[in-house]
Design a protein around this ligand. Structure first.
Ligand SMILES: [Zn+2]
Ligand SMILES: [Zn+2]
Length: 244
């Protein structure tokens, strides 16, 4: 399973970068996890849009969905000019398509997902767990045919559910929106120290911090998480590739 970080910023993208977006390729399937601002442009460095199989949206905050309507137009045009032959599957957290309004059902097939949903895309199994966030948000676990696992946290506050869901995962891709000195500022996101505690309690094989703040020294996030977690821990960056 190959994971490529398309974007890793919280809230809005830094210059020439993107907010949340992660491409997962495994046994021929190409799955995009979240489609935030700047993701559609940067995604094309790694995956022709003709080849994208599915998009999974953890929740409907703008930094996770901002480019999804532009992606719908891309699929519409690529199908009309014959460069793409099959519709794109978009999996949206919640009933009523999460309130999203896609206009071209012959090009984009929208499916609802929730905690407990189990999907298979290509040969990858996807499972979901409810987070603690100010709107409904799902963490997602992907399991390859070889049994390798990735958990992407989406956005969450500190909760037991994300620890249980991430138990013994090979790669934990987890949000780290705040520095430890900001603990308590917002219960819907994690500090780096909380991300490290979750990684340690879950027994994650390696940990990638993401969904960054736009201030401070990001390496401090690694230092703060490492006080709790002894495994390998790194900062995500646009274009980063992880193979498991
Ligand atoms: Zn976010
Ligand atoms: Zn959010």
């Amino acid at each position: 399973m190959d994971i490529t970080v398309i974007g890793c910023w919280g809230a809005y993208p830094e210059k020439n970068e993107a907010t949340s977006g992660y491409l997962v390729e495994s046994e021929g399937s190409k799955i995009l996890l979240d489609c935030g601002s700047g993701v559609l442009s940067r995604l094309q460095n790694h995956c022709p849009l003709e080849e994208l199989d599915a998009v999974v949206l953890t929740h409907t905050h703008a930094d996770h969905i901002a480019d999804v309507y532009s992606l719908e137009f891309a699929i519409l045009i690529l199908m009309r000019i014959g460069r793409r032959t099959k519709p794109l599957d978009i999996y949206v957290n919640g009933e009523e398509r999460g309130g999203l309004t896609f206009e071209y059902p012959e090009n984009v097939r929208v499916h609802s997902i929730r905690a407990g949903t189990v999907l298979t895309i290509g040969e990858v199994k996807l499972e979901f767990s409810e987070n603690m966030h100010d709107i409904p948000c799902l963490a997602v676990k992907l399991t390859s045919r070889e049994g390798k696992t990735l958990v992407y946290s989406g956005d969450t506050g500190y909760c037991q559910a994300i620890i249980d869901f991430s138990r013994n995962v090979d790669v934990l891709l987890i949000e780290s929106s705040f520095y430890d000195w900001q603990a308590g500022i917002m219960k819907w996101h994690l500090t780096a120290g909380e991300a490290g505690r979750i990684a340690a309690l879950a027994g994650a094989g390696q940990t990638i911090l993401t969904h960054f703040p736009h201030y401070g020294e990001l390496n401090q996030l690694v230092a703060e998480a490492s006080r709790h977690y002894a495994g390998q821990i790194r900062l995500a960056h646009c274009g980063m590739q992880i193979n498991i």
